[in-house]
Design a protein around this ligand. Sequence first.
Ligand code: NAD
Length: 310
Amino acid sequence: MKKILVTGAQGQIGSELVTTLRENYGTSNIVATDIKENMNEDGPFEIVDVTNAEDLFSVAKKYEVDTIMHLAALLSARAEAIPQKAWDLNMGGLMNALEVARELNLQIFTPSSIGAFGPATPKKNTPQDTIQRPTTMYGVNKVAGELLCDYYYSRFGVDTRGVRFPGLISYVAPPGGGTTDYAVEIYYEALKNKSYTSYIAENTYMDMMYMPDALNAIMKLMEADSDQLEHRNAFNISSISAAPDDFAREIKKHIPDFEISYNVDPVRQEIADSWPDSIDSTVASKEWGFAPVYNLEGMTKDMLEKLKTK
Ligand code: NAD
């Protein structure tokens, strides 16, 4: 992994991943791409629509990259509002990225999600290999994507790798329309208004992770020895299982008069109810050393400090 093309680089993950990759692999070796204009002039950037296979191919070839990190996608809540468009982007974009990886012999990283599970999945300590019958378009896309990545590895020998991300929490870029976005908004509102109205019910548990742990996980998985990876794509990874009430309790330790209230959004609540409460990440730890640093306490302290200075 020496020269990397990132798709969807202006999103919540991409905007931090590009900076971290540039620190680790050199600015000129990271080619950021998105359909949105570049906000950060620091290194190579190209407008690339991932549904346009030729554009993606020619930019990958022009920069002679050896790796694609494919992040362009439509997330869970937004995908539910426009499911046909979600299929076109999430499946069409992935297929194009896999084809470019096959044709140019590249390594490729694709994130799946806890959204790849469904109501029939065991809810607690959800195993790596288990029932996956999601009820959302996003989940359907993620399961199909996991299988497609497995297929490109076994059929064409493409070095595909991936994780099932939980809800990611960061202070840099806003989240892009997922079901766990409340867990980012709550910190902004706590500092601004000392109150937050959650659209997710108080006792709904979901998996979460702080962005620095997510970025480290991507680099660690991509650097891992290929022979060690039995579950090549879609490793369960998580570091926190929490409900809105848990976030509120932790925030109150820093902002004692913080108040949480609830106005549940039925669409996002239904999605949340179909996902696990907590997933088991031990296979990722065993196969490539996944080892997150932040728990809810450490993340809350850091988020509030960083947002205050921001
Ligand atoms: P995001 O919505 O914040 O960013 C997506 C980016 O893709 C945006 O910058 C957007 O402009 C770009 N994009 C949209 N359509 C495009 C197109 N046709 N061509 C090129 N770029 C296009 O998403 P994110 O949170 O950064 O997520 C990235 C990946 O990680 C997705 O596959 C998502 O499903 C997965 N994931 C994210 C989370 C999370 O909490 N953020 C959790 C689980 C999985």
